[in-house]
Design a protein around this ligand. Structure first.
Ligand SMILES: [Zn+2]
Length: 556
C-alpha cells in the first residue's frame, strides 16, 4: 500500500471516529496476495449436499473452512460454459459481456463461430503442431477481473489461467495474461499469438517434465469402496464416448492401441487425471512466475473441465461423476497445500464456483415418472422452414439452429413479421413438437413486453442483438436437445443452481443463505484487491468479508 493511500485510510478513519483502530490495524495487509479462481464445469449446487460425505480433502476444506453460499443461481437462460465462465470472469451478464453461448451464428460471414475463435491469430502449440484459427478474448466485449488486476495495480498483478477448454481459460484469464493455455483435441496444450509470440518457458518446462502421455495405460476405477457411491451402477441412460465402457473401470489405452492416439487424448480429457494435471501445471507455473510474492494481488484461474465431459456421457447420477469429484477433492487438497507453501496460509483467497449444472438423463427422469425427452434441433429447423414455405412461398428460410436459438436467413425475419399468419404458423409448428413449451421472437425480447415472464427476463439478460438468434425456443424441464446422455443450457434450477465457496484471506467461514449469483464473485474479489470493475452487475458479498464484519461490529 502506498503512503498516500495509507494517509487517506487514516484520515477517513479519524473522520468516522468509531473505527480508527481497525482501519489502521488492518489497512496494510487487507489485500490478498493471490486470488485463486476455480471453476468446476457442470458442478450442480446440490452435489455439495449430496456427495460431501465422500470428501476429505480440498472440497471438504472449502465446506469446513470456507464461506459456503448455498443459494446461488445464474439469472439468465443459456446456461453454458462460455457464458458462465465469462460471467464469473467479468462480474457481468452475457447481454453485457457478449459471450452468449459457446458458439453463435455470424450473420455477416454466414458461419458458426466459437466464442473465443479469432481468425486473426494462430495457435502456438506446446507439443505437436496445431492448425486452424487461434483463440483470443476478442469477442469478450468488456474487461475481466484479471484485466483490471493487471491494469489498476502498480506494478500490475500477474495472471495465469489454464483449462482443457479455450472458452474457460481465456474468459477467466482475460485479454493479456502472463500465461494462458488450453488443450487441443489433437493432443497438445496450446495458446495463441493473441497472448505471446512463442511458447512460454514456464509452461513448456512443466509440460516437458510432465507429458500428458505419462497417463497412457492408466486405469480409472472407483477410488472409494463401491458402497460409498450413491445411485445405481451402471447409470441409467449412459452413453459412453468411443473407447470407454458404460461402467467402471475405464482404461486409458486409446481403445487398445500400443501408443497414445487421438482416442487416448479424448479418454484423458474425460478422466480425473486431466483435472489433476491442470492443478499441478497451475501450481508449477505459479512457482516459476513467483505469483503472490509482489505488492499487487495476482490471480491464478483454473477451469476444471472433466466433470462436464463425464457428466454429458454418464449423467449426474453416475458413479463416474462422483469419482471425478472425489479425485478433485484430492487434487484441490494438494493445490491448497502447495499454495500454503508458496504464498502462505491465510495470504490468498480462493473462490470456487461452476458455470452451470445439468439435468438427469431423460431415460432416468422417465423411469422416475417425469416428462422428459430429447428434441432434435434439425427437426425444429425443418418445422420452421415448412411453416414459412406455406406462408411465404418456396425457399430456404432457416440459416442455423444452435442450442435453443434459431437464426433466419437475411431479411426473412422482417418478411415474417409483416405477415402475422407466418408468425403464428412458426409458433404453432414449434409448439406442436413434444417438449417445446414457449417460443419468443427477437422483437418480443427486445421490447420487454414479456417482462412478467421469468423465462423471458432470463432470455433478455443473455440476449445480444448481433449474436443471438431470431427465435428462441423454450423446452420443458428435463427435455434436452442434442445427442448426449444429457445436456444443459436451460433456465431451470438443475442448470442454474451452482456452488459458490470463498475461503482464505478476508473470508468469514460459515453457511450463507442469502441468494447470490456467480456474477458476484468478480466484484467481491475486486473489492478485496482494491480494484474497480467498470461494468459489474453483481454485488460484493460483504456478509462473508472479515473487514466488513469488523466494521459492523464496531459501529453497532
Ligand atoms: Zn457442457
Amino acid at each position: 500500500m502506498s503512503a498516500r493511500i495509507r494517509v487517506i485510510v487514516c484520515a477517513a478513519a479519524v473522520a468516522l471516529g468509531a473505527w480508527p483502530s481497525i482501519a489502521t490495524a488492518q489497512a496494510p495487509d487487507r489485500k490478498p496476495k493471490l486470488v485463486v479462481l476455480l471453476m468446476v464445469d457442470q458442478m450442480r449446487g446440490d452435489y455439495v449436499d449430496r456427495f460431501q460425505s465422500q470428501w476429505t480433502g480440498g472440497l471438504h476444506r472449502l465446506v469446513a473452512e470456507g464461506a459456503w453460499f448455498r443459494d446461488v443461481n445464474y439469472p439468465y437462460f443459456n446456461t453454458v460454459t462460455c457464458a458462465g465462465h465469462a460471467t464469473v470472469g467479468t462480474g457481468s451478464l452475457p447481454s453485457t459481456h457478449g459471450m452468449i453461448m459457446n458458439d453463435w451464428w455470424d450473420r455477416s460471414r454466414r458461419a458458426e463461430v466459437a466464442c473465443t475463435e479469432d481468425s486473426t491469430v494462430t495457435p502456438i502449440s506446446y507439443g505437436r503442431s496445431v492448425s486452424g484459427p487461434g483463440d483470443s478474448a476478442a469477442h469478450l466485449r468488456i474487461s475481466t477481473l484479471s484485466d483490471e488486476l493487471r491494469a489498476q495495480s502498480s506494478p500490475g498483478g500477474h495472471v495465469i489461467g489454464f483449462s482443457l477448454k479455450a472458452r474457460a481459460a481465456i474468459t477467466l484469464a482475460g485479454h493479456r495474461p502472463d500465461a494462458v493455455a488450453w488443450f487441443d483435441d489433437s493432443g497438445a496444450f496450446v495458446t495463441s499469438t493473441a497472448f505471446s509470440q512463442a511458447p512460454l518457458p514456464a509452461v513448456g518446462d512443466f509440460i516437458h517434465r510432465h507429458p500428458v502421455e505419462g497417463d497412457f495405460g492408466k486405469v480409472w476405477d472407483r477410488s472409494l469402496p463401491r458402497e460409498k457411491y450413491l445411485y445405481e451402477d451402471t447409470a441409467v441412460g449412459v452413453m459412453p464416448p468411443k473407447g470407454m465402457t458404460p461402467a467402471f473401470p475405464h482404461a486409458l489405452n486409446g481403445g487398445g492401441s500400443a501408443m497414445p492416439d487421438r482416442l487416448f487424448y479424448d479418454e484423458w480429457q474425460s478422466s480425473p487425471y486431466a483435472d489433476e494435471y491442470l492443478a499441478q501445471m497451475a501450481l508449477d507455473v505459479a512457482q516459476t512466475l513467483r505469483l503472490g510474492q509482489g505488492t499487487a494481488t495476482d490471480m491464478m484461474a483454473i477451469g476444471f473441465s472433466t466433470l462436464d465431459k463425464v457428466g454429458h456421457d454418464y449423467g449426474p447420477n453416475s458413479h463416474e461423476i462422483q469419482d471425478v469429484l472425489v479425485r478433485l477433492d484430492r487434487t484441490l487438497s494438494n493445490l491448497f497445500a502447495g499454495l500454503d507453501r508458496l504464498v502462505g496460509s491465510g495470504n490468498y483467497t480462493v473462490a470456487l464456483t461452476a458455470d452451470h449444472g445439468v439435468p438427469p438423463t431423460p431415460e432416468r427422469s422417465i423411469a422416475q415418472g417425469l416428462s422428459a425427452g430429447r428434441v432434435s434441433t434439425t427437426d425444429m429447423g425443418r418445422a420452421v422452414d415448412t411453416a414459412l414455405q406455406r406462408s411465404l412461398g418456396q425457399g430456404k428460410y432457416v440459416a442455423k439452429m444452435l442450442n435453443n436459438e434459431l437464426y433466419l436467413e437475411a431479411g426473412v425475419f422482417d418478411r415474417m413479421r409483416r405477415n402475422s399468419m407466418a408468425v403464428a404458423a412458426v409458433k404453432s409448428a414449434l409448439l406442436a413438437m413434444p417438449g417445446v413449451v414457449n417460443v419468443f421472437m427477437r422483437d418480443e425480447i427486445a421490447s420487454g413486453q414479456f417482462a412478467d415472464d421469468s423465462v423471458a427476463r432470463r432470455i433478455a439478460r443473455g440476449y445480444d442483438a448481433e449474436r443471438s438468434g431470431d427465435i428462441v425456443v423454450v423446452l420443458a424441464p428435463y427435455w434436452i436437445e442434442g445427442n448426449n446422455a444429457t445436456s444443459h443450457g436451460s433456465p431451470y434450477g438443475f442448470d442454474t443452481h451452482v456452488p459458490l465457496f470463498l475461503m482464505g484471506k478476508g473470508i468469514v467461514p460459515g453457511e450463507y443463505l442469502m441468494p447470490a449469483s456467480p456474477a458476484d464473485v468478480a466484484p467481491t474479489l475486486a473489492f478485496m484487491a482494491g480494484v474497480t470493475l467498470p461494468r459489474s452487475q453483481g454485488r460484493v458479498l460483504v456478509e462473508a468479508l472479515t473487514h466488513a464484519t469488523a466494521v459492523a461490529r464496531t459501529t453497532n
